[in-house]
Structures are given as structure tokens and as C-alpha cells.
Design a protein around this ligand. Structure first.
Ligand SMILES: [Zn+2]
Length: 819
């Protein structure tokens, strides 16, 4: 999920790192995209800076993580002591006395197991030519030695410098405005600003020191405030308009490159979308509405983040839930009974949905879970009302049209047509799957002597939850924990790096010893080169991998584009830096660090973003790498997930930690089969969210959203509800940044499937195909329309045949959706 809590109507101008996440096949909307952007309230940052520690929940089956964190008993100050003690002993010290006592205090099994062993694990990709280690990059890596005061001061300086350029541009006479004086100057100032600002705001996610994290958050606040102010500068907008007019009248516009023209047009569009082209009175009105919307959004998301409800069960009611999960619940006495309080955080409530054999327990849990954010219902209504009015002032038919204008899909109608078409095709698949699960339910109810009413309820199905789990266990006898034994981190990580190196023709040279400069000793720093590099012309950029959990670190997997690549005015190149922050398992005293297949896929996916950020080569930083339309940005990484379902790749990546053998063909087949289990119901549930999102952002009038939520859910996802519950209050996406954008998760999967089948499936490890991917998709970044890149790569316009074939499991689909 991507949190954006702003009503800001303009595209963020200065910042464009997309740090995102994949949707997991066997979970829901895996969340957390993180973009630092103008006017975006950094709710993700709040999560990561508010003393939360999240470790990967190895035994937790479900990963629908809105904010997959719990408030651990490890406080921030304790954490700092913990870290500093460890560090003073050097990174290889294990089990400090502090840690020992901490472990005793800490009753949270999941947290404690993950910090048992703090030994850093370093991996080196192979295939490096000996002489490559002597190559010197033409650009020094950034330093990571900022003080908290320095972070804030540097941000202030960067803002002042950028503002000075804006002032100069604004002071130009209309006749002086042209491409060089306006566009190129602003683009250069923007890049220079990003180079300073991005690393500063990154500290909040990774820094060991709380002071530094806080300073980083403060710097981001400064950046955001300035961004809002800057995006509303009419004088700068007027200079841009004058420049465009001069360019067009003189014929110079036609002589610009495609990327330059795009820069001119995007800058004008930013201003229009911010309302700068409106008459004064409407502009004032617009700003008031946007301010209010921003407040409503902040309040909604604050409730969302701070939600702290719980539901109580007796031991009997929790029958079926594993002991180790129950032991994590708070036990207390109520009257003469012992009861357990279960919070609505994923690691607590999801095992109840997944394992509780009593349908009444699951129903109660579900009803409470759905209504946990009823407080947000009026806020959502208010936000929708404000968005309707803002869209109208800006001259858009609907909010969906306003939002999609800068996406690949272009209009609200086109997004609607996409989801409608897909729903029609998936419905029969979902109905069939529901029948099978229903017969499983009938059997189960007879076995347990429960009444059976022939209905399939919302608390009966969700991916990986009750009947879906039973179905997988019954039909595939596939056990996640056994699969895991074949994926030691020490095998998977270097193998994946090596696959990418060969596929894309690059080499990772680790920076070590005195030259290494990182924010934490466990971080690996790499200089990335072309495979055949002989001198500095073969330099690509830097990559940092921060892979292991530690306290107060960003708790998911994400990629940050910390430095953009672009052409400096001197004609030299500025090289990019991308950083992956993840939380792979650490070893325990009994076993090496192991990854679930799902973790392997996530890692592969995230590396896809790393390479998007490294191998792009645009002239302007604004278009670098992942700075593409939001409904396309996931497509390359979603395509790359396919590698993790290819038998030959699975064999290559696996090695049993004791037996030292790769996965057997039989095992691999089961894994592959599990990919599309109940996939119709899975996507129909996704489409319910997407359609609700589009409907509320398209309708001209408000309605009873609780009823709408319940009615659409039953109709589209094919599961019956109990009493209507205000689940829309917990639909953070449509308030916090994915408004009229939820369709994008599925939309980009269609491109991903098409790209994979059309180009890579015949040989996913073929370097020639990797080069094609580099040149047609990665290299252009956002410097041209994404559809052009796709058509160039595919050799034809994209279609949804491959995606549908995957779902229908046939090689030939009788129905291909129009995009
Ligand atoms: Zn992603």
C-alpha cells in the first residue's frame, strides 16, 4: 500500500523515488509503497520512526500487511542501548548480556527469535573478473556520517538553493523564457535538490540513532512544506507558460528531443493540475478545499495507524489456532473464565481466520475486524465529497478522471472498462472455485456436527485463510515450512544476484575495507559495472543492500532510488544509487537463515526495482528509472516474479540446508501448482476493491457507503456477508494514496504477464533477452510514454491474453480483454 495523505493536486515535482511492493499471489494486497513526494504526508515514515520493530513473521501464514507491525516491548531508548552495546562489541558479537536480559523480558516469541543471532551475513556474487576490482568509479559514493543537526541544516540549505533558482526563473521577462532559461534550469535544480534531500530523508528508515531518525523526519517535513509552497508558485508557472509559448511560436519546440518535449508538457500539466491556471477566486476556493481534504486524510490515516482494538475469546472458542500463536495473546480472567484478547494486527487476528474451526468464532472475529475503523466512516464521506468538488473546479468530470490523467490508463472510463471486462471473465472461474470450497465446507460441517446452510461466507474465504488453506493442504499436501528448508538465505541471495548479473550483463563489485561507507555495518555496498567494463565508461551506479532485520528499521522490503541518474549540464553523467531495505530471516542457533518461497519471490521482485533504478539512462532526473506512471511501475518487477515459478530457476536457487540437494521435480511441481489455486476468487476480491474505489470516485452523489461496500462485496467477490459492517473505514488505500488507483495492481499484472510470455518464457535466463529488456523498458524510464516502451518491447500493442491464460490454465483463451 502506498500512503499518500495529501490532496495535493500536482505531481510531486522534486521527488520521485518509488519504493514499492509486490502484490503477493498468496496474500492480498501486499502493501507499502513509499514515495517521498511533495505534499505527501509520510505516514510510512511515522510508522517506521515511531519505535516500531517488525521482524519477518516466519510462521505467520498471512501477509496482508497494512501496517504489519505490533508495538513490541522493545522501546526505542532500550533499542538504542541495545544497538550501541552490540556495536561497541563489534558486529560479530552475539548475545550480549543486554540482549540476554532483553530476551527474558520479551515475551514476544517472534521478536525474540529473530534477534537471537545478530551475526551479519555477507554474500558475494561470483563471476567477477579479477581485474574488475581495481576499477575506480567516476563518481564517489555519498557519505553516511551526518549528524542530526547536519541533516536539518543541509535540507534547509538545499531548499534555499532551489528557491533561489525558482526566484531567478520567476524574475525573467516573458521574452527571456525559453527551454534553457526555464526548463533546463529548473530540471537541473530539481536534480541537485534530490541528490541532497533523498539520502537525508532516508535516514529515518535505517539509522541506528533515534536522534538521526527524528532529524530525518524533520527534514522530510521541511521538504514537504516547501514542496507545497513551491508547487503553488504562480510566478514560476507563468515563466513556464511563457517559455512554452515562445518555444512553439519560434518553432523551437519541434526541434526538441522527445524527452525535452515531455519535460515541457509535464511541467505545464503540473501547474494546471495544481489549479494555477484558474481565475483567482476559484484558485482560493480550491486551496481551501485542498487544505481541508489534506486534514481529513491525515485524520483518517492517523486513526488507521493508531487503531488499537481487540476482540476477546475463550480457549474453547480458539480451537484449531496453533498453541504458539495463542501463547502470544494476552490472557486475563473475566468472571470465572480465562479469556484471550486478540488484537486486529495481522499476526494476531489472521491465525484466527486461518485456523479457528468454529465458524462462529471466525464470524465474530470478522465482524469485529471489519468494523474496527467505523470511526473513519464520516471521514471517508467527507473526503469523497471534497474530491468531487475539487475535480469539478479543476474541470474534470470525476475524481477518477483527474487521477488517471497521469496514469497509463488515462481515463476513469478506461479503468472501469478494464475491471468490468476482467470481472466478467473471472466470474465463472470464481463460481467454480466457490462450489469446490463449499463442498469442502459441507464435509467439514458434517464431520464436526455443525449445521450447514449452503452459504459461503466472508469468514470462510480469503487467500490462505480457512477453506483456502484446507484446500491446499488436502489437494497439494504442500507444507510451507518444508519448502523453506530448501531456501537458505546464503544460497538464494547470491544465486539471485548472479541470475540478474548474467541476464542483464552487469557485475556487482563489493566495496569493502576502508572504502566502505554505509549507515550500518550489516549493509553491503556495491559498485555496479557493465560486464565487460575496462574503464570508468563502464560504470553504472551504486547499489546498497540492507537485508536483515534490526530494531527501528523499516519493517518491509522496499527499494529507494537515493540518487538519480541524469546528464549534468557539463555533459558528464550523474550516476544513480539504489538501495534495497529488506528483512530477510536471520539464522537461529539450530538452523541457518531460511526463506519461504514467498520471501524468495519478494526478493526477486525488489531486485527488479533495483535494476530499474540502476539501468535507466534518461537525460533528466525527473524521468529516471522508476519515475513511470503509477499503474506501470510494478509491471517490470511483477514480470520478474515469474522467474521464481520456473522449474529450472527454482532448481538453481534451492539447496536443502542439511541434505544439500535442490528441490525435487515433484516438489517443484507442487509449488508451481499452488500458484493458481483459487485464483479466480483471489482476483474477484481484488476487483471488488478496485470497483468500489472507482465507483465512489466516479459517482456524482454520496450514498450509504456501508451498504454499498456490503452489496458490492457480495456481488463481486462471491462471498456472503453477515450484518453489513463499515469495512470501508479500514480501506486505507482509497484515502491514503491509491484513490482511483487500486485497479493498478491488476492492470500492471496484465502487462507483466504479457511481457513475460511474449519475450522471456522461452528462456528466462537468456542474456540476449535481458539486453532487450534493458534497452526497451529499463533504459527509457519515464522519458517516454510507457505504452511506447511496451510496444517497443513486445513488438505489438499489449493485450491480456497471457494474463487470462495463466488464470484459466489453458494455452489458448477464448477471450482476450481489451486494455
Ligand atoms: Zn514493487
Amino acid at each position: 500500500m502506498f500512503f499518500r495523505a495529501s490532496a495535493s493536486s500536482s505531481r510531486p515535482r522534486l521527488f520521485h523515488g518509488v519504493h514499492c511492493h509486490r502484490i503477493r499471489q498468496r496474500s492480498y494486497t501486499r502493501v507499502v509503497t513509499h514515495e517521498k513526494a511533495h505534499g505527501y504526508i509520510g505516514l510510512v515514515s511515522q510508522i517506521t520512526t515511531s519505535n516500531t520493530v517488525t521482524i519477518s513473521y516466519n510462521q505467520i501464514p498471512s501477509r496482508d500487511i497494512h501496517i504489519n507491525h505490533r508495538s513490541p516491548s522493545l522501546s526505542t531508548s532500550a533499542d538504542i542501548t541495545f544497538r550501541s552495546q552490540l556495536l561497541s562489541r563489534g558486529p560479530r558479537s552475539t548475545k550480549s548480556s543486554f540482549q540476554q536480559s532483553h530476551l527474558q523480558q520479551n515475551r514476544q516469541r517472534r521478536l525474540s527469535t529473530s534477534i537471537k543471532n545478530t551475526e551479519p551475513i555477507f554474500y558475494f556474487p561470483s563471476d567477477i573478473r579479477d581485474d574488475m576490482v581495481n576499477l575506480t568509479p567516476p563518481q564517489n559514493p555519498p557519505r553516511w556520517d551526518h549528524s542530526p543537526e547536519g541533516v536539518v541544516q543541509l535540507m534547509k540549505d538545499a531548499i534555499a538553493q532551489y528557491k533561489a533558482v525558482s526566484d531567478e526563473v520567476a524574475a525573467l521577462l516573458p521574452t527571456e523564457c525559453n527551454f534553457e532559461t526555464v526548463r533546463a534550469r529548473l530540471a537541473d535544480a530539481e536534480a541537485r535538490f534530490d541528490i541532497v534531500a533523498e539520502p537525508l530523508t532516508f535516514y529515518q528508515n535505517v539509522a541506528i540513532s533515534k536522534e538521526l531518525r527524528d532529524a530525518s523526519t524533520q527534514a522530510e517535513q521541511l521538504q514537504r512544506d516547501f514542496g507545497v509552497e513551491d508547487s503553488m508558485r504562480l510566478d514560476v508557472f507563468q515563466a513556464k507558460v511563457a517559455a512554452e509559448k515562445n518555444l512553439r511560436e519560434s518553432g523551437a519546440f519541434e526541434r526538441l528531443t522527445g524527452e525535452q518535449r515531455r519535460l515541457v508538457e509535464k511541467m505545464i500539466l503540473d501547474g494546471k493540475r495544481a489549479g494555477l491556471a484558474l481565475p483567482e477566486e476559484e484558485k482560493t476556493q480550491l486551496m481551501a478545499l485542498q487544505k481541508e481534504l489534506s486534514q481529513v486524510v491525515v485524520e483518517f490515516m492517523r486513526n488507521f495507524n493508531e487503531e488499537d482494538g481487540r476482540i476477546t475469546f475463550t480457549r474453547d472458542e480458539l480451537e484449531g489456532v496453533p498453541e504458539d500463536v495463542i501463547s502470544g495473546f494476552t490472557k486475563r480472567t473475566e468472571g470465572d473464565k480465562e479469556v484471550y484478547d486478540v488484537t486486529f494486527k495481522t499476526p494476531d487476528i489472521f491465525p484466527v481466520f486461518r485456523f479457528a474451526v468454529s465458524p462462529t468464532t471466525r464470524q465474530r472475529a470478522y465482524d469485529a475486524y471489519e468494523s474496527r475503523l467505523a470511526i473513519n466512516v464520516p471521514l471517508l464521506e467527507r473526503a469523497l465529497d471534497l474530491r468531487r468538488r475539487i475535480a469539478s473546479i479543476l474541470g474534470y468530470k470525476t475524481w477518477a478522471d483527474y487521477v488517471t490523467e497521469v496514469k497509463m490508463v488515462k481515463t476513469g472510463d478506461a479503468a472501469q472498462a478494464f475491471v468490468d471486462d476482467l470481472e466478467a471473465k473471472l466470474r465463472p472461474v470464481g463460481i467454480k472455485e466457490r462450489e469446490i470450497l463449499l463442498s469442502l465446507k459441507k464435509e467439514e460441517h458434517e464431520k464436526r456436527g455443525l449445521p450447514f446452510d449452503g452459504e459461503f461466507y466472508i469468514w470462510d474465504y480469503r487467500k490462505a485463510l480457512y477453506y483456502d488453506r484446507l484446500f491446499v493442504e488436502k489437494t497439494l499436501s504442500l507444507d510451507d515450512s518444508l519448502v523453506k528448508e530448501y531456501f537458505p538465505v546464503s544460497v538464494v541471495v547470491p544465486t539471485i544476484l548472479s541470475i540478474y548479473q548474467n541476464l542483464l550483463g552487469v557485475r556487482f563489485i563489493e566495496v569493502t575495507g576502508g572504502k566502505k561507507d554505509v549507515w550500518h555495518p550489516e549493509v553491503q555496498q556495491f559498485a555496479v559495472w557493465e560486464r565487460d567494463a575496462n574503464d570508468e565508461s563502464g560504470f553504472i551506479g551504486y547499489c546498497y543492500l540492507d537485508l536483515f532485520p534490526r530494531a527501528a528499521k523499516y519493517s518491509h522490503a522496499a527499494v529507494w532510488g537515493l540518487l538519480p541518474g541524469y546528464n549534468l549540464p557539463s555533459k558528464n553523467r550523474h550516476y544513480p544509487l539504489t538501495a534495497m531495505v529488506a528483512n530477510l530471516a536471520k539464522p537461529t542457533p539450530e538452523r541457518p537463515a531460511l526463506m519461504r518461497h514467498d520471501d524468495v519471490t519478494t526478493f526477486f521482485h525488489e531486485m527488479g526495482h533495483v535494476f530499474h533504478g540502476l539501468l535507466s539512462r534518461t537525460r533528466y532526473s525527473r524521468f529516471h528509472g522508476t519515475a513511470v506512471a503509477r499503474d506501470f511501475v510494478e509491471a517490470p518487477s511483477q514480470m520478474l516474479e515469474n522467474w521464481c515459478w520456473e522449474p529450472k530457476v527454482l532448481e538453481k536457487m534451492s539447496n536443502h540446508y542439511e541434505k544439500q540437494v535442490p528441490l525435487s521435480a515433484d516438489f517443484i511441481e507442487k509449488i508451481v501448482q499452488s500458484r493458481y489455486v483459487n485464483v479466480g476468487l483471489f482476483y474477484l476480491r481484488q476487483l471488488f476493491f478496485a470497483k468500489f474505489d472507482l465507483k465512489v470516485h466516479t459517482d456524482k452523489e454520496p450514498t450509504d457507503y456501508t451498504n454499498l461496500w456490503t452489496e458490492m462485496r457480495e456481488r463481486i467477490s462471491l462471498v456472503k456477508s453477515g450484518e453489513p459492517q463499515p469495512g470501508q473505514g479500514s480501506f486505507g488505500h482509497i484515502v491514503g494514496g491509491y484513490d482511483a488507483g487500486y485497479y493498478g495492481y491488476t492492470y500492471s499484472l496484465v502487462f507483466a504477464a504479457d511481457m513475460y510470455r511474449t519475450v522471456f518464457q522461452r528462456d528466462p535466463l537468456d542474456p540476449a533477452l535481458g539486453q532487450l529488456y534493458r534497452s526497451k523498458i529499463l533504459l527509457p524510464g519515464g522519458s517516454r510514454d510507457e505504452m511506447m516502451s511496451l510496444e517497443d518491447f513486445l513488438g505489438r500493442p499489449p493485450n491480456s491474453e497471457a494474463f487470462l491464460d495463466e488464470i484459466f490454465g489453458s494455452s489458448k483463451s477464448d477471450a482476450s480483454a481489451n486494455l
